[in-house]
Design a protein around this ligand. Structure first.
Ligand SMILES: N[C@@H](CCC(=O)N[C@@H](CS)C(=O)NCC(=O)O)C(=O)O
Length: 210
């Protein structure tokens, strides 16, 4: 059975679990990382030398990096196309979202607003990330094809972009008002597996003074 090492409060673990649930794949999730620890053991470092979650373990082999795990799951159990060009058309958006949504949103805006006190906050970095995110989101807004990013069915892109939208809409920051993306998000919110694994309240992660 597939084992996922990673705490469910992690923005990188959540899309992996959402994906497994949508695909109906049996798995076990182990609380690792953050307050649970467990990332410094030789066994964990052998699976991910960076000591970060998530890690997928299956039949004595392992995969680190959320994007790689999602790709593996969608290839093995999902609707990821076998044709390289068709697959690349999807991966292109998944990779773009990783670089242009995840990077400004999670390691900068989320981190600065939730894990750093107001006193120590790097407001210049937040403002720069907000501007970059507005640009990127306008491009995604213009390219949503239907109820899901690629049209009528969930695909790899949804797990990458959709996985970030709860924090995008719930965090208090200067974001663009994009009706297409909001409608896309509202549609994802109808999915029980999305609500259960992505819409996880992060207020407890807020440090005092943030
Ligand atoms: N590039 C990695 C980043 C993973 C990452 O930053 N994970 C964070 C949680 S979101 C982590 O492991 N932090 C340390 C911890 O939770 O102990 C990926 O995409 O999987």
């Amino acid at each position: 059975m597939i084992k996922i090492h990673g705490r469910i409060t992690s923005a990188n673990v959540q899309p992996v679990i959402w994906c497994l649930e949508e695909l109906g794949v049996d798995y076990e999730r182990l609380d690792v990382g953050g307050p649970f620890g467990g990332t410094d053991t030789p066994e964990f470092r052998a699976m991910n030398p960076l000591g970060l979650v998530p890690v997928l373990e299956e039949d004595g082999q392992s995969i680190a990096e959320a994007a790689t795990i999602l790709r593996y799951l969608m290839r093995k159990f999902g609707n990821h196309p076998a044709d390289p060009m068709a697959a690349a058309q999807i991966e292109r958006w998944a990779d773009m979202s990783r670089q242009h949504i995840y990077v400004p949103l999670i390691p900068t805006i989320f981190l600065q607003k939730i894990r750093v006190t107001v006193e120590d906050r790097n407001n210049a970095a937040v403002a720069q990330a907000e501007a970059a995110l507005k640009q990127a989101m306008a491009i995604f807004e213009a390219n949503v094809k239907g109820p899901y990013f690629g049209g009528e069915e969930l695909n790899l892109v949804d797990f990458q972009i959709g996985g970030l939208l709860y924090r995008y809409f719930e965090l208090d920051f200067d974001r663009a008002d994009l009706p297409g993306l909001k409608a896309y998000y509202d549609n994802l919110c109808l999915r029980p597996a999305y609500r259960e694994n992505i819409m996880i309240d992060f207020s407890a992660m807020k440090v005092p003074g943030a």
